[in-house]
Design a protein around this ligand. Structure first.
Ligand SMILES: *Cc1c(COP(=O)(O)O)cnc(C)c1O
Length: 428
């Protein structure tokens, strides 16, 4: 279909989605047709800084040439074999990624939610076959306000009514505890020998970028170890350089940009990755674990037609090479500190922004208004008009997560766009 005319071009594309697409999202009204590095361009050619990075999938920047080349080259040779046969890329990718993150084995999937499902299945099977939990009695501990994806099992342990309501009946076997409270975990594990695993986000991204205490994960790991419970880290959003380290939990990975001064190293028993594992070029997710755990999975137990396909494998290798070669974790750390410092300068004089929080380049500001006010949405519309795209996470919280390939000059330019825009919302 050809759509022409400039003034209402965006409106036409929006109307098509509205008319023919399910209404399962509420996008900011902007229609993008091109991306390059930290920038995206709309159908009228207007340029924006991308301050969402597709929920941290595009850490390496839009259309990174190294990753796109991997996609193009591999897709000319072989795209899909299924796992009924071997292919010559999957094993190379598994070797590369396991050594990159410091685990024995990798199980390839496509989306983040599938990787979380995979981790849950591995943990349950481990509980029955290794820990000795009675059949159908395994429990998994999760946190309040978690976000782990959208499948029926995953929403079963969400407490977001919008994600849950009228999607029951729900999957059993989950226990919810407050986030950032290791004592609550200890209490549950003491009283429940059937717990297989604790599933946690190192920083709660969707909930509004809640950063736990520095020693939260290390305390949780110690508590899990004491009770023979697996720590499953969902690093789908926090991983791959986003928070200023290769992983927010870090572990003994081979991260060259390790910057672990403030938060102690924790090596999760099961590491869940997605999003930026492909640089946003292709859906690629993975679960990593050591042999004692991964060996519970036998042929036929689990799989995916597209999981581990040659294109995904080639793309993921390239995406990780970019993270290492361009020192993206280190950059996220430095730029994140600068960003929060600049925002704090603004907040000191602001009546509408109460705080900035985050780690690396995963940050959010909180608007001084009630949760269902439309101020944050209106600020995002004004930011769009001023050339920067961001979106509220929950009501009055705006997440700021640009691609990690940003330069310091670009970041300062963005700070100036953000503060000038916010200033127009200050009461006079
Ligand atoms: C985005 C996200 C997921 C789900 O990933 P999808 O690819 O959308 O299925 C899971 N966990 C976390 C922490 C996420 O941010």
């Amino acid at each position: 279909m050809i759509v022409s005319g400039t003034e209402s071009t965006s409106q036409k594309f929006i109307a098509l989605e509205e008319r023919y697409g399910a209404h399962n999202y509420h996008p900011l009204p902007v229609v993008l047709e091109k991306g390059k590095g930290v920038f995206v361009y709309d159908v009228d050619g207007k340029k924006y800084y991308d301050f969402l990075s597709a929920y941290s999938a595009v850490n390496q920047g839009h259309c990174h040439p190294h990753i796109v080349n991997a996609l193009v080259n591999q897709s000319k040779n072989l795209t899909l074999t299924s796992r009924a046969f071997h292919n010559n890329i999957l094993g190379q990718y598994e070797e590369f990624a396991t050594s990159f993150f410091g685990y024995d084995k990798l199980l390839p999937m496509n989306t983040g939610a599938e990787a979380v499902e995979t981790a849950i299945k591995i943990a349950r099977k481990w509980a029955y076959e290794v820990k000795g939990v009675n059949e159908n009695e395994a429990q998994i501990v999760v946190c309040e306000n978690n976000f782990h994806g959208r499948t029926t099992t995953i929403i079963s342990f969400s407490n977001d009514p919008v994600a849950r309501d009228n999607f029951g009946p729900f999957t059993r076997g989950f226990i919810k505890i407050p986030y950032d409270q290791p004592d609550a975990l200890d209490e549950v594990l003491k009283n429940n020998p059937n717990v297989a695993a604790f599933l946690v986000e190192p920083i709660q991204g969707e909930a509004g970028v809640f950063v736990p205490s520095d020693d939260y994960l290390s305390r949780c790991k110690a508590i899990c170890d004491a009770h023979n419970v697996l720590l499953l880290a969902d690093e789908v959003q926090t991983g791959i350089g986003r928070t200023g380290r290769l992983l927010a939990s870090c572990g003994n990975c081979s991260c060259v940009d390790k910057n672990c001064s403030d938060t102690p190293d924790v090596k999760p028993d099961v590491l869940i990755l997605g999003k930026a594992l492909s640089g946003g070029v292709y859906p690629v997710s993975a679960v990593l674990a050591n042999d004692e755990i991964m060996s519970v999975i036998k042929p036929g137990n689990h799989g995916s037609t597209f999981g581990g396909n040659p294109v995904a494998a080639a793309v993921a290798i390239a995406a990780l090479e970019v993270v290492r070669e361009e020192h993206l974790a280190e950059k996220a750390d430095q730029l994140g500190q600068l960003f929060r410092a600049k925002m704090n300068d603004y907040i000191a004089k602001s009546k509408i922004v109460t705080l900035v929080r985050g780690k690396g380049l995963l940050n959010a500001i909180v608007i001084n208004d009630h949760e269902d006010s439309d101020t944050a949405w209106n600020i995002c519309l004004a930011l769009r008009d001023n050339g920067l795209l961001a979106k509220p996470t929950h009501g009055n919280i705006i997440r700021f997560a640009p691609p990690l390939v940003m330069t310091e000059a670009q970041l300062l330019d963005c700070v100036s766009i953000i503060t000038k825009t916010l200033a127009t919302f200050e009461p006079v």
